[in-house]
Design a protein around this ligand. Structure first.
Ligand SMILES: Nc1ncnc2c1ncn2[C@@H]1O[C@H](COP(=O)(O)O)[C@@H](OP(=O)(O)O)[C@H]1O
Ligand SMILES: [Mg+2]
Length: 275
């Protein structure tokens, strides 16, 4: 018997979806902002990371929204990993409903809603929303990226591009995690003197690479596929590249143990990989 396989969505299909997907992400962000952080309950997950009612509310809105807009495409969310049947070789949505939960719990504003459309193991479309900053970075690989600034009326939409990396020895700006430091990342930064460090929480770091306000974001310690899939698409759409430390491409949804990404480097300027 032939089982119906979910379709592989291409760039044109992604372009049709980007507005309704952005709307879903904006609604998820509003639900997060509606949670009273000083009164909410914070639970621990099995991996030791926190989860709150805001993570779950955002996850619910995204799941319902995707089921309405694109019911034929499978979804994988940080909060629902147990519902999976890997590998997904066609298209699927990869979601982190609240990335930077530690920042959120600590009362800081650097947390994001991340939504990626992955086709054949590579993120094709990405949306990173930072609701407390009123910013959204989004893009489709091969079609460009943009930053939306949300206000009371229509959002301000600006095209974005990564920037050329300064030559070695000149000051360069490196995004680093506010909450998760590690020795390998520090050694990478120390090997290129005159770094200006920019400490940020969540996938805001990948948004800043994509818009060209930082040069690079090395993370030579583990994260998960849902932490970086949306940013992977936005950075690539804006002219950058994400690789492992050998320069090899990353794969998503192919059944890696626990969806762990052992390391990555987000290069604003892919030419900087050669220096
Ligand atoms: N050892 C580890 N393994 C997997 N993911 C990790 C990790 N340490 C941190 N992370 C992930 O990194 C994200 C936070 O990154 P940052 O420090 O840049 O803000 C967290 O996402 P969540 O907040 O969605 O759980 C967390 O899951
Ligand atoms: Mg995360």
């Amino acid at each position: 018997m032939n089982e119906a396989r979910p379709p592989a969505l291409d760039r044109e299909a992604a372009a049709v979806l980007i507005e309704p997907l952005t709307e879903i992400v904006i609604r998820a962000g509003a639900a997060i902002l509606a949670v009273n952080r000083s009164a909410m309950k914070v639970d621990g997950k099995t991996d030791g990371s926190p989860v709150t009612e805001a993570d779950l509310a955002a996850d619910r809105i995204i799941a319902e929204g995707l089921a309405r807009v694109v019911p034929e495409i499978p979804t994988l969310s940080e909060e629902r990993v147990q519902t999976l049947a890997l590998p997904y070789m066609e298209s699927f949505f990869l979601i982190d409903p609240l990335d930077g939960t530690k920042e959120f719990v600590a009362g800081r504003n650097e947390f994001t809603v991340n939504l990626a459309l992955v086709t054949q193991g590579t993120p094709l479309l990405g949306i990173i929303s930072a609701p407390a900053l009123g910013l959204i970075w989004r893009g489709i690989v091969g079609r460009g990226a943009e930053r939306l600034t949300l206000g009371n009326g229509k959002p301000l939409v600006e095209p974005i591009r990564t920037r050329p990396c300064p030559p070695r020895g000149q000051p360069w700006t490196v995004a680093v995690s506010r909450s998760h430091g590690d020795a390998r990342t520090e050694a990478f930064i120390a090997a290129r003197p005159r770094a200006v460090r920019c400490e940020l929480g969540s996938a805001v770091k990948l948004g800043r690479v994509a818009e060209g306000s930082v040069d690079i974001y090395p993370r030579l310690s583990p994260t998960s596929e849902w932490d970086i899939a949306a940013g992977h698409a936005v950075v690539a759409a804006a002219g950058g590249k994400i690789t492992d430390s050998t320069g090899a491409a990353l794969q998503f949804g192919t059944g890696r143990t626990g969806f762990i990404v052992p390391e990555f480097i987000a290069w604003g300027d892919p030419k900087a990989m050669e220096s």
